[in-house]
Design a protein around this ligand. Structure first.
Ligand code: AMP
Length: 610
């Protein structure tokens, strides 16, 4: 990095919380937000007057449940009819609707208008907030960032994250897999020249990754990954919400399923109890005025939590086995088991993991909430040539097998999962019908033999094939996956050289280019609106503060007999009049606040000069 150049930041864009870090003078600094918190809720709220992001959005969630969006990451790169989304829609207090292209949209009321936002736009708002947090701390504009994604994110989900970055006005220099980032954070201070194999177990709010890496000093090689992009702490919260909703229905004959405010209050209480149960044995569940002014009281103990979620907890062990099998390793080959993600604090999960590894100690040396952003900041610094840190090298892998559909609805595998990135593979296919002049190429990802059971990423056609008997024309299909895990597919008729290419992003789960452009413009307008609103709030606050200051000053002067009482009464009248005006003018303009401020400041100066 050249001197004076603004550093690139690392952003962990989490389902529940996000975190931003930067390398300065060879040290990683996790940056606190305006509330002094080192993690920021991935939450965006819309009101009649403003847009709120982070802590402010979360704080008002109960009162504005319909218009407070969380979990946006769970919808990234997915279609509206995705079964994971459909299962959840009923439990989310906000509205998710289907766009004309079959994509999910959050429907909210903002400034008395109904507005639809894509998951990319909501994620962009969170990214923008993280960017601002970093800019305030660093003191200059930030452009470049490394943003992390679950290792198990597919092509559409990665593309959606890239789009979110673009909408936020960030240049994403690289996407980085979350467990790789956690491994970099863990390994950075180790300085062991001995090669070691580490298993990263990363269970956050909405996604779960397992990665096995081999590490020597600052060289990281991902050997295998596995995971579930729809498993995390939120699933536990929902289980608890479901459980207590049933209890409420049974005991109090009340169905809160359609009451977004009640659901929101219950979810907050459940999440808090879940977190506390990581250190205590029993927790009360207390919700004031849950519905119709009725309070709700119950309790939850560890055993009950285990019973309600045992399948979810056990499910986390499957990717561990899958990763070990893919890496052709046994538990004895693993030197360290590193935990990342807030949900790894759950004792039962630690217990299951320990048991699997013959009671080995789990490595908790890195802060599970900050590890991913920490690693991302190191990668960002290394990638932008920061000489204050040692160069970090790593090789990542593809999370899923990629291929195309062939006769019999079978998936012909072209790039096997866990292939090193970047990866390029070619395969030749022949036509299946006499004198066929075109072929449809459907690109899938997944491990099943039948294409239908895998995930369709996109499709395209290759035309102008030289007509010939079936089996004669040869079509060469090339798959290229770049370092960010993004796939490009080309097909070529080897006889004519006629070819077609798709970057899979043009298809499924991807926003069209013109939509991204529109969202970039809108995001800038939203930010301007936010800044205007912030200035307005600041102007009002400054006037209120000056009024209080002046009143204190008047009392002081009166106590010390420094000025005539008549004169002081006059100054006090100005203060009272300003206070009345403030009470009657909640919606004044910034200019009005400023001009009142200037007038009051003059009064203060006059008083002090007497
Ligand atoms: P992350 O995505 O890493 O920020 O993790 C957030 C998830 O971790 C949320 O679902 C939290 O409820 C969960 N979490 C945080 N702290 C704890 C804790 N002490 N016990 C259980 N879950 C926790």
């Amino acid at each position: 990095m050249a001197e004076n150049q603004t550093p690139a930041i690392g952003i962990d864009l989490g389902t529940t919380n996000s975190c931003v870090a930067v390398v300065r003078n060879g040290r990683v600094e996790v940056i606190a937000n305006d509330m002094g918190h080192r993690i920021t809720p991935s939450c965006v709220a819309f009101t009649d007057e403003e847009r709120l992001i982070g802590d402010a959005a979360k704080a008002q969630a109960v009162h504005n449940a319909d218009n407070t969006i969380f979990d946006a990451k769970r919808l990234m790169g997915r279609k509206y009819d995705d079964e994971n989304i459909q299962k959840r829609i009923e439990l989310w207090p906000f509205n998710v609707v289907e766009s004309s292209s079959g994509d999910p949209r959050f429907r909210v009321e903002y400034k008395n208008e109904t507005k639809d936002f894509s998951p990319e736009e909501i994620s962009a708002m969170i990214l923008q907030k993280m960017k601002t947090i970093a800019e305030t701390y660093i003191g200059s504009p930030v452009k470049d960032a490394v943003v992390t994604v679950p290792a198990y994110f597919n092509d559409s989900q990665r593309q959606a994250t890239m789009d979110a970055g673009k909408i936020a006005g960030l240049n994403i220099v690289s996407l980085l897999n979350e467990p790789t980032a956690a491994a970099i954070a863990y390994g950075f201070d180790q300085k062991k020249d001995l090669k070691q194999n580490i298993l990263v177990f990363d269970l956050g709010g909405g996604t779960f990754d397992v990665a096995i890496l081999s590490m020597t000093e600052n060289d990281f090689e991902v050997i295998a990954t596995s995971g579930d992009t729809f498993l995390g702490g939120s699933d536990i919260d929902e289980r608890l919400v479901e459980h207590f909703s049933k209890e409420i229905k049974k005991k109090q004959k009340m169905d809160i399923k359609d009451d977004s405010k009640a659901l929101s209050k219950l979810r907050i209480a459940c999440e808090r109890a879940k977190r506390n149960l990581s250190s205590s044995k029993k927790e009360p569940i207390l919700v004031d005025s849950l519905f119709d002014g009725n309070d709700f009281k119950s309790s939850l103990n560890r055993a009950r939590l285990m019973e309600l979620c045992s399948d979810l907890f056990k499910k986390t062990m499957e990717p561990v086995d899958a990763a070990l099998t893919s890496a052709k390793m046994t538990i004895d080959d693993i030197d360290e088991i590193v935990l990342a993600g807030g949900s790894t604090r759950i004792p039962k999960i630690q217990e299951l993991l320990k048991e699997k590894f013959n009671n080995r100690k789990l490595n908790q040396s890195i802060n599970p909430d900050e590890a991913v952003a920490y690693g991302a900041a190191l990668h960002a610094a290394s990638k932008t040539g920061d000489k204050t840190i040692e160069n970090i090298k790593f090789v990542d892998v593809t999370p899923m097998t990629l291929g195309i559909n062939v006769l019999g609805n079978l998936m012909s595998r072209i790039i096997p999962r866990n292939s090193k990135l970047p990866a390029t593979r070619k395969k030749k296919f022949v036509t299946t019908v006499d004198y066929q002049t075109g072929v449809d190429i459907k690109v899938y990802e997944g491990e099943r033999l039948s294409s239908d059971e895998n995930n369709l990423l996109g499709e395209f056609s290759l035309e102008n094939i030289q007509p010939a008997k079936k089996g004669v024309p040869q079509i060469e299909v090339t798959f290229v996956v770049d370092k960010n895990g993004i796939l490009t597919v080309t097909a070529e008729d080897t006889a004519t050289g006629s070819n077609e290419e798709i970057v899979i992003r043009c298809n499924k789960g991807r926003l069209p280019k013109h939509e991204v452009e529109r969202m970039i413009t809108e995001a800038k307008e939203f930010q301007k609106d936010d800044e205007k609103r912030e200035k307005l709030t600041a102007a009002r606050h400054e006037l209120e503060t000056l009024c209080v200051e002046l009143k204190d000053l008047i009392s002081e002067q009166r106590d010390q007999d420094l000025l005539e009482n008549d004169e002081l009464d006059q100054f006090m009248d100005v203060c009272s009049e300003t206070e009345e005006w403030l009470a009657e003018n909640e919606q004044a303009t910034e200019e009005e606040y400023r001009s009142r401020y200037d007038a009051l400041l003059e009064v203060k100066e006059r008083m002090l000069s007497n």
